[in-house]
Each structure stands twice: as C-alpha cells, then as structure tokens.
Design a protein around this ligand. Structure first.
Ligand SMILES: [Zn+2]
Length: 259
C-alpha cells in the first residue's frame, strides 16, 4: 500500500509540476528573467494589468508580461502621476510575452526587462488626453495625428520618470527617448529644481540609441537591469551598471544598446 502511495504521489507531483510553468530541468536554478534582453526567457513573470483611468493597454495582446518588481514599479509610477496630476491614463505598448522569447517587431523584450510605453500627451491647448498611438514627436514637442496635433506632456512624463528613478525596485538602466524630448525633460527638471540626484540619474538613463535602433520619438522604451539575486538565478546583465544599483556584480557586463 505504501509503495503504491509513493508511486502515486510521485506521479501526482510530476503531473502538478507539469501544469505550472517550471524552469527547464537541465538548469533548475534558473528563474525570473533568464538570459539577456535579446536572447532570454521569462519564468514566473507578472502581467502589467490594465487599471481604469491609470493604465491602458494599447493593444489587447499577450505581451504585457515582465519581471514582477518591474511591472509593479511601472504601475506604481503611473499611480503617482494619476494621484498627483490626474489626467488620462498611461498607454502601455509591448513588454514581453508570458514566457519570454522572441516577439515580432523587437530585438529585445525577450526576458521580461523591457517595456514600450507611449508618451503622456495633451491637446495643443494643454488638456491631457490618452495617447492615441505611435505618432512621431518633433523637437517642438508636437506630433500630428489623424485627430489633430498632440503635445508632449513634459510635466506628467517627468513625474512618471522621476517616480521610476526613485523606486529602488525598478532598477532603471535605460529609458530610450529621442534627444530633443530628453532635453525637454531635463530642462523641465532643472527649472523645477528637482533633486539633483534624480536629475543626475535621468541624465544617464535617458538616451537616444544609435542606429540601427529607432530614435524613440514616438514612445519610451524602459529597461530594468538584473538585481544581484536575479543574476544568481540566470539573469544576464547587459550593462552599463548604474552606480545607484549598488555593488557591481562579478558577472561580465557587455554594453548593449538593443531595443
Ligand atoms: Zn522596445
């Protein structure tokens, strides 16, 4: 009887393990964000949930998954903007698929550490509206859409970025954005006398990537760097390591400018 139970129990354990997604048996210690942003996978990710008035999915698809601390940091930052400045919700583009891996249209976004997020925008008169799509903004902060001109909402966009950079769980490594919009944000932060530490961080992470990457003049691409404990479970840092992350890991860090 005992032998039967042992066999049955073992089979039950195997069967139940098969129902939930588990790391590959050859590397059982791998978990979370595994590998590089442009060649990895995602285990036990979290879906960045749509929240009325706060977070809106641009597309109803299966690409809203990321490392849980990253998706929750994005949600927290959007909540701060909503609480302090009100207005229309933040519009979320692609993150990763539930289990990571390659998704069309992106070189990275494979291991739950990348998020495409549309800009906060207003009408030319300054009324906050939900960003209707990926429209290119010029150095004047204006974009032309079928429904009229859109204005880059520098105040709410800065508040969102500041919240991310202040959040220790977010570990923001890059925010890809076009150079003129980066300048608008930093000018606004200086004029507003924001804490120099945050402006300093922003100056490093806000970056227009070089070719062949897109200039990111129609959305921001936010990337989080591996945490120390995540490196132990398979996360491969892509660098650069930001000094405010704490001690640099021993793992080799190669500079990546992948979007
Ligand atoms: Zn992207």
């Amino acid at each position: 009887m005992k032998a039967i139970c042992n066999t049955t129990c073992t089979l039950l354990v195997i069967a139940s393990a098969g129902c939930s997604y588990a790391p590959p048996p050859l590397v059982p210690w791998n978990d979370g964000s595994v590998g590089r942003v442009n060649g990895g996978m995602l285990f036990h990710g979290a879906e960045l949930a749509a929240v009325p008035k706060q977070l809106f999915w641009y597309r109803q698809n299966e690409r809203h998954w990321g490392v849980p601390r990253f998706t929750s940091a994005i949600a927290r930052a959007a909540a701060v903007v909503q609480r302090e400045r009100g207005g229309a919700p933040l519009v979320i583009g692609d993150l990763s698929s539930q289990f990571g891996g390659r998704i069309s249209g992106h070189a990275s976004h494979r291991s739950g550490r990348d998020a495409d997020i549309l800009y906060y925008v207003t009408t030319p008169q300054g009324t906050p509206i939900r960003n209707p799509g990926f429209f290119q903004f010029g150095p004047d902060g204006l974009a032309s859409s079928p429904s009229g001109y859109l204005l880059f909402d520098v105040a709410r966009q800065w508040r969102f970025i500041k919240a991310l950079l202040e959040d220790p769980e977010a570990r923001i490594q890059w925010i890809f954005i076009s150079a003129p919009l980066r300048a608008h944000l930093l000018n606004y932060a200086f004029a507003k006398r924001e804490p120099l530490e945050i402006v300093y961080r922003a100056a490093f992470v806000l970056h227009q990537p070089g070719r062949p990457a897109l200039p990111h003049d129609d959305h921001i691409h936010v990337r989080t760097e591996c945490a120390q404990d995540e490196i132990a479970t398979g996360c491969q840092p892509t660098g650069p390591w930001r000094e405010w992350f704490g001690e640099m890991p021993e793992a080799e860090i190669a500079t990546a400018d992948v979007d």
